[in-house]
Design a protein around this ligand. Structure first.
Ligand SMILES: [Zn+2]
Length: 153
């Protein structure tokens, strides 16, 4: 059995296996269950959606354009937005994983994994003009939505 659980493993497993919208719901907040723009739940965002949800094999991430930063499902625990103990939640997920999967996850969590979306380079290019103040938030979000409609290769 796992004695001292590596916090990095707890974080990795929670980020990979728990969809953002489920933790947000526990916190009484809303996040979409698909990749799209939305209100950021980490700052006072009620007028224009300032964030975008990304999802791939590594789990969910939320990029906030207003704060210029990436959030992960684990941040909901870290910022104490819910009372649940991340270690308990981790254990619940861990017991359900087949042994072969556990080994893989252990390797992945200890490796230097990029937590960025797989098409991050392309996204970054589109965000740059917004950062320089050459585009409005609406314009950059429209650009990013175009990016999504491209067929996945
Ligand atoms: Zn934000």
């Amino acid at each position: 059995m796992l004695e001292d659980i590596d916090p990095k493993l707890i974080r990795y497993v929670i980020n990979k296996y728990i969809p953002f919208h489920r933790l947000a719901k526990i916190a009484g907040l809303y996040l979409p269950n698909t990749e799209r723009s939305c209100f950021c739940i980490f700052h006072d965002n009620t007028e224009t959606p300032a964030a975008k949800l990304f999802r791939d094999a590594e789990g969910d991430r939320l990029w906030c354009f207003a704060e210029n930063r990436m959030y992960f499902p684990y941040d909901i625990f870290r910022l104490k937005m819910i009372q649940h103990n991340p270690e308990t939640v981790f254990k619940k997920i861990w017991v359900q994983l087949p042994e072969s999967k556990k080994e893989l996850v252990l390797q992945e969590s200890s490796a230097t994994v990029s937590f960025l979306p797989s098409n991050w380079e392309e996204i970054k290019k589109r965000i740059e003009p917004y950062k320089r103040g050459e585009m409005t938030l609406d314009e950059v979000l429209t650009e990013l939505l175009k990016l999504e409609r491209k067929p996945v290769v």
